[in-house]
Ligand binder design. Structure first.
Ligand SMILES: *Cc1c(COP(=O)(O)O)cnc(C)c1O
Length: 349
């Protein structure tokens, strides 16, 4: 077994975390709260929220089949967990990380903010995972390998066995960003956390759960790593209304989410089939997510045409290995029909 604490920056291991008023209170029958300099006038949000998000973590643990102690939650979405990975493991100006390319842009921006060298390894031309090349790009100062599965923007998920092989062989942390896992038939890596303590899995409430505006991201890890994340995070990093709202959605909405996900997957496959029939479409890549990566003969012209008709998609055509590609999010059935109708009319111009 790897001792993952070896990968943590020494100053972080030695950190004495800030102790909030609510940390120092050890329980008891309190009806008068005069410890945190809050306003006493009840308006629903006048009290500080639980800094450790105990109740929320209980619900997430039940939902995901992990222990509450393995969970970190962030109130700035997954981006908060991504930044924490750098701050916990990477010494600025000394350490580096390796990532697949093309992939989610936040990994490299957060590396630059933290003054950490960012080494990119291109996916194979079929977008499969180049495990050996990722390992070869690493050196003793490589602390993290970033994997995104299903990957944004290529839309494909990688085989679990490939990711497990990487975690086995790499002497450092492997982060697997599973923002789109609910749309994929390949299972989550959550069930390997106990056998691979160097794996961190990121998930979010922003996509399948439809709660992007609440900004709740999650990291799942060994209890040791999750505890370190909790010491480094800002004390009250998830606001009270968000904690309450997400609990409400977990309790009430579980079944609706499954129905929504099933509809998005049906719509995705129908949209892909319709696009494949169109003469100006060169390729519709396989998708394990809620979006399609589509290669066009003239992506900029198609993009402008859609915008002129009130439909916005993401132009990824200038990204290496995504030349010619637009990324199209799957919408409601009506929205998808609108896109198909517009593109059919474009073909006939
Ligand atoms: C959308 C997305 C996220 C989620 O970001 P949040 O900050 O949680 O909204 C994370 N990773 C990837 C690859 C994404 O595309």
């Amino acid at each position: 077994m790897k001792n993952t604490l070896n990968y943590v920056r020494p100053n972080i291991l030695a950190l004495a975390p800030y102790s909030t008023a609510r940390d120092e209170f050890k329980g008891g029958d309190i009806s008068v709260w005069l410890d945190a300099n809050e306003s006493p006038y009840d308006n629903g949000v006048n009290r500080y929220p639980d800094p450790h998000q105990h109740e929320l973590k209980q619900h997430i643990a039940g939902l995901k089949g992990v222990r509450p102690e393995q969970i970190f939650v962030g109130g700035a979405g997954s981006d908060e967990a991504i930044d924490l990975v750098y701050r916990v493991f990477c010494r600025p100006g000394e350490d580096n990380v390796v990532a697949i390319a093309p992939s989610y842009g936040v990994y490299s921006v957060a590396a630059a903010i933290n003054d950490v060298e960012f080494r990119e390894v291109q996916l194979r031309s079929d977008f499969s995972l180049p495990v050996n090349r990722l390992l070869k790009a690493a050196d003793p100062r490589t602390k993290v390998i970033w994997i995104c599965s299903p990957n944004n923007p290529t839309a494909n998920a990688f085989p679990r066995a490939d990711i497990a092989r990487l975690a086995e062989a790499f002497d450092g942390i492997v982060v697997v960003d599973e923002a789109y896992i609910d749309f994929s038939e390949r299972g989550s890596m959550l069930d390997v956390l106990d056998s691979y303590p160097n794996v961190i899995v990121l998930q979010t409430f922003s996509k399948a759960w439809g709660l992007a505006s609440l900004r709740l991201g999650m990291a799942f890890a060994s209890e040791e790593i999750a505890a370190i994340f909790s010491r480094v995070k800002y004390p009250y990093n998830v606001n009270g209304p968000t904690q309450r709202k997400v609990i409400e959605h977990i309790v009430n909405d579980n079944i609706n989410i499954a129905e929504n996900v099933a509809e998005i997957i049906r719509e995705r496959d129908a949209l892909a089939a319709a696009l494949r029939e169109m003469p100006m479409v060169r390729e519709v890549y396989h998708s394990d997510a809620n979006f399609l990566l589509v290669k066009f003969d003239a992506p900029d012209a198609v993009y402008d045409y859609l915008v002129d008709n009130g439909v916005i998609v993401r132009n990824r055509s200038r990204l290496l290995a995504c030349e010619g590609c637009l990324r199209i999010t799957v919408g409601t059935p009506e929205e998808n029909i609108r896109v198909i109708t517009l593109l059919k009319e474009y073909t006939q111009q």
